[in-house]
Design a protein around this ligand. Structure first.
Ligand code: SF4
Length: 372
């Protein structure tokens, strides 16, 4: 099988051109065709030499992923199930909010971390995604939106919050990030990419030195070791003390903070003791807390707190000087919300015959398939 073109960073491409005796300047033109003009047939690259075009046509694969299913939520969130060459599938979710269209991408098929609130965890880890499979989630869905919705629709942000622990797949996610950020191609700025981690300490320690500078979100979910261990078994190995030692190594530029994701679960981590522990653990000037009321899924053992309890928790953190928000749940009716992703074909039966109701708002309308 030919290697995928989408595994190549801009520097890889330049080096490849040099190695094969072509001009390295061709890298700029080729990235421009592939990532800006969306032309993936080398024979159509009019300003590239004939020999280089033939080389890429013969030796590289430009195939996109296959969208095997997509579902539109009532709030305009659209979930995609995409299939890779070996038949494995992962989910990517396009979320429209305000002036952004964010793509939540997966980093692994399944996940090894085993958080007890997470639907993906029930799959276990099947494999890491290749660099190309991460990049192609973006490219495939961007093309799908242009073809099926409107040529003007543009994905503006990426979050690594889909299936998998991105830092467990460090090298491939690093390369994918370099490709997303390359000014010669997609040119996504560092503030438009957010990496979310469950707290893999050895990889966090390498972030500052060895990963492009992107926004960081940490899935905290409790400031008490016993509760966090129950929710996230990774805390047994890397407890809060080790985790925060590693987090201090991440350089925070002016006006930038780490976001702490806090899943609010009824009777688990929503008491006054939890408020106090959280306020003691975090520095209110350097932290932003994002409260995520738990999204129940079939078979989940946890419950969502009442709206009153959620507002109380928010109020307690704000009173203590924290920037604290509640993440609006997006796409929960199609199991696209945080912690609900799992690639399983049975879900197709659930949604295939349903025509989701569409809320006509400016934000959600960009995702609607106007062709249908
Ligand atoms: S929440 Fe994230 S890290 Fe935890 S099991 Fe699920 S996918 Fe893995």
């Amino acid at each position: 099988m030919k290697p995928s073109f989408f595994d190549l960073t801009y520097d890889d491409l330049k080096n490849l051109l040099i190695e094969k005796g072509f001009s390295p300047f061709g890298a700029t033109q080729i990235f421009d065709w592939v990532y800006k003009k969306w032309v993936h047939q080398p024979e159509e690259w009019s300003n590239v030499s004939k020999a280089a075009k033939e080389f890429f046509k013969e030796n590289y694969d430009f195939a996109l992923l296959k969208v095997v299913w997509n579902g539109l939520s009532k709030d305009g969130t659209r979930k995609f199930l995409v299939k890779m060459n070996d038949g494995q599938t992962v989910e990517s979710v396009a979320i429209a909010a305000r002036d952004r269209l964010t793509l939540c991408v997966s980093s692994q098929v399944g996940c090894a971390v085993g958080c007890t609130f997470c639907h993906t965890a029930t799959q276990g880890l099947k494999r890491h995604l290749k660099t190309s499979e991460v990049v192609l989630q973006y490219v495939t869905i961007q093309k799908w939106l242009m073809d099926e919705v409107s040529s003007d629709v543009k994905l503006t942000n990426i979050v690594y919050m889909g299936q998998g622990e991105p830092l467990h797949n460090f090298e491939n996610m690093k390369k994918a990030t370099l490709i997303f950020m390359s000014e010669k191609g997609l040119g996504l700025g560092q503030r438009r990419i957010t990496l979310s981690t469950s707290g893999l300490v050895p990889a966090i320690e390498k972030l500052a030195e060895d990963f492009p500078p992107v926004n960081i979100a940490l899935s905290l979910h409790s400031a008490r070791n016993d509760v966090r261990t129950e929710l996230m078994p990774i805390n047994k190995v890397y407890d809060l003390e080790r985790l925060f030692k590693a987090i201090k190594l991440i350089p925070l530029k002016a006006h930038r903070r780490i976001t702490y994701e806090y899943l609010l679960i009824d009777g688990m981590n929503d008491s006054m003791d939890d408020v106090v522990a959280l306020a003691n653990l975090l520095n209110s000037k350097e932290s932003k807390i994002n409260l995520i009321p738990f999204n129940e899924f079939p078979g989940s053992k946890y419950k969502r707190p009442s709206e009153q309890k959620i507002m109380w928790f928010l109020d307690q953190m704000i009173k203590r000087g924290f920037t604290c928000t509640i993440r609006t749940t997006k796409g929960s009716d199609i199991l696209a919300a945080c912690g609900q992703l799992k690639s399983e074909f049975e879900k197709l039966n659930l949604w295939d015959n349903e025509r989701p109701v569409v809320i006509p708002s400016i934000a959600s309308s960009v995702l609607q398939n106007q062709a249908r």
